[in-house]
Design a protein around this ligand. Structure first.
Ligand code: PLP
Length: 489
């Protein structure tokens, strides 16, 4: 493809994307293809000769679109939002053009420097404590996903815990350090609540430590509390095990629960070697609103914090923001510098090398799209978007509440998420034989007669689906977008 052909293809692609967005409301949100559909549409083997873009492009509609779930559709209401916007796409475009795996500052200074600037901007937009800014001992880094950030900090937490323990024991001999490290590691336990995202468990598998969950209760709106944390720590200590890491969550996946940060902070003070990470993957976006920033102030007690702009904040996947209060906590574990990675700038200590803040070596130019989005919408535009979305969530929650005969809301609606169950249908009381002789059924209609049938064949679920459809249609009519809802049944 020549530069001239590229220009033509790029214009045609931009036009195609714009037409796609315009067509979204009329497309079915879900694909209706059967597994393996694509192989039937594509040739058996790769083309020997290159093809013209005009030919390749036709396959977007023919082969790709049938298998797409339209997450950007106004009718899409599953999982979580995964927004994209034009400036974000343009950021990806330029990032792809500049393709430069900037592991060290020297690889492309701007890739590091823009990331630091944008991460500091965003820490301020989120009103995180100053200790998360790069002008202090902290800072932020852009990673692929929340799961990546969690495994990264968990490994750093494990090594920090071991380092501190070895320092206290005064172990200095390298072989003894290795042996003791393995012994300590075998006792370590990562913690999360029952409601923490599964990424905490997965990270513990990768970190090679135990993982235990702490119960939560509906009466606490599924929040992890300080007393529950203390009880679990004491239980583990009694067994000779060492908790070294805890995930707390702002906006859990199931119900958008908010852990009881103040009460957890009070307990955390007694266990300074436990690394506390706040996972705000989804709900963290709401912290750009001043009315939610009391949660940001509460983050002073956590060692690290992540939120995904790629969920709710107009940046396309991937853009997971990780902040730490002490960047040394990451670099002390993740920095390995063979001769081929050394350079005068890294040696000077005056630059940041983000390879030391993450697991892979190479990295994408992610900050470009974040920068484009912030500049295009401005802080006010971003706030307006999240406020609008929360207002829609409230609107939806009211619609669900208005049909309490069909639905039960099981946790307080929050951050545009409403979690509800479909009510079991009341069974008509069996007709008793009329012994009274006056034709009335003597038996009152009692709650004990409520029956729960399997959802798959129950008529009540059909009815509930009718109402849900009506709810979506109402929203659709109002041309409202970005709604998140979950049905548990
Ligand atoms: N944490 C929470 C609270 C989530 O809701 C999710 C995804 O839904 C994740 C982590 C995982 O996010 P990612 O796909 O960025 O790893």
């Amino acid at each position: 493809m020549t530069g001239e052909q590229f220009e033509e293809a790029a214009l045609s692609t931009a036009k195609g994307i714009e037409e796609y967005f315009a067509s979204l409301p009329s497309r079915n949100t879900l694909p209706s293809v059967a597994p393996g559909y694509l192989r039937k549409l594509l040739p058996e083997s790769a083309p020997n000769q290159g093809e013209a873009w005009t030919e390749i492009e036709k396959d977007i509609e023919r082969a790709i679109m049938p298998g797409i779930t339209h997450w950007q559709s106004p009718k899409y209401a599953a999982f979580f939002p995964a927004s994209t916007t034009y400036p974000s796409m343009l950021g990806e475009f330029w990032s792809a053009a500049l393709s430069s795996p900037a592991f060290n500052w020297i690889c492309s200074p701007v890739i590091t420097e823009l990331e630091t600037v944008v991460m500091d901007w965003f820490a301020n937009i989120l009103a995180l404590p100053e200790t998360f800014l790069s002008k202090t001992e902290g800072g932020g880094v852009l990673q692929l996903s929340a799961s990546d950030t969690i495994v990264t900090v968990m490994v750093a937490a494990r090594e920090r815990y071991i380092r501190r323990q070895l320092e206290r024991e005064g172990v200095t001999d390298p072989e003894e350090i290795e042996d003791r490290s393995c012994e300590i590691r075998s006792k370590l336990v990562a913690l999360g609540s029952e409601q923490s995202h599964s990424s905490t468990k997965k990270a513990a598998i990768i970190a090679g430590t135990r993982c235990r969950t702490i119960p939560t209760h509906q009466s606490d709106d599924y929040a992890l509390t300080g007393p529950a944390l203390r009880a679990k720590i004491e239980e583990l200590h009694a067994k000779g095990l060492q908790p070294y890491y805890l995930t707390v969550t702002l906006g859990t996946t199931n119900t958008c629960a908010i852990d009881a940060f103040d009460s957890l902070a009070a307990v955390a003070k007694d266990y300074p070697d436990i690394w506390i990470h706040c996972d705000a993957a989804y709900a963290g976006s709401a912290l750009i609103l001043p009315e939610y920033q009391h949660f940001s102030a509460q983050m002073a007690f956590v060692d690290s914090f992540n939120m995904n702009m790629h969920k709710w904040l107009m940046v396309n996947f991937d853009a997971s923001l990780l902040y730490v209060q002490k960047r040394r906590d990451l670099t002390d574990t993740l920095s390995i510098t063979p001769a081929y990675l050394r350079n005068q700038f890294s040696d000077s200590g005056l630059v940041t090398d983000y390879r030391d803040w993450q697991i892979p070596l190479g990295r994408r130019f992610r900050s470009l799209k974040v920068w484009f989005v912030i500049r295009t919408f401005g802080v006010q535009g971003l706030r307006a978007q999240i406020r609008h979305s929360i207002a829609l969530g409230d609107f939806f929650a009211d619609l669900v509440r208005s049909r309490s005969d069909l639905f039960t809301i099981v946790a307080p609606p929050r951050f545009a998420l409403t979690v509800f169950t479909v009510n079991p249908r009341r069974k008509e009381p069996e007709k008793l034989e009329d012994n009274t002789g006056n034709g009335t059924d003597p038996r009152p209609y009692q709650d004990s007669q409520v029956s729960v049938k399997p959802a798959a064949d129950s008529k009540e679920v059909e009815e509930a689906n009718e109402v849900t459809k009506a709810v979506y249609e109402t929203i659709d009519q109002e041309k409202e977008f970005f709604l998140t809802s979950t049905v548990l049944s």
